[in-house]
Design a protein around this ligand. Sequence first.
Ligand code: FES
Length: 174
Amino acid sequence: MSNIMARRTYFMKKTMTSVPFTETPEQKAKLDAIIDNLKEQPGCLMPIMQQAQDVYGYLPLEVQKHIALRLEIPVSEVYGVATFYSQFLLNPKGSCPVAVCLGTACYVKGSGDLMEKLESILGIKNGGITADKKFSLDATRCIGACGLAPVLTVGEDVYGRLTVDDIPGIIAKY
Ligand code: FES
């Protein structure tokens, strides 16, 4: 696969999480209140999905199914929107969310290699989360720190001018 294709694949690949779904009664009540509030408005699907994501932190399939049921639309319609728009997350974030910039400046300086190293160390793929829910891993577009390329972030911490040899030390800090 060419480098460009590989980068595109990182951005396009959206897979459902394997983390078991759990919800609190409060989350369920909030979701129903959001749907009740918006469901009569034209074009309500995306606002409902955005607010549902605020409640759960991501959009689990179970939540997508509930939205579809309540709006009386096929779940495939909800899933199609969730997978098309990058703002919607199909996977929960870890307590230490790792994001690798695959913007052009970072990518030409080797951020694809950083991503591969992280996948190997953490044992998860782009978009995944570790079993203990500590680390999640995502590709991002340019975060505006091109002068530090290649860049990754762990939560609010920014790391720049990296090589693959820096990755184990960064992960060990958390
Ligand atoms: S391309 Fe990575 S910070 Fe701009």
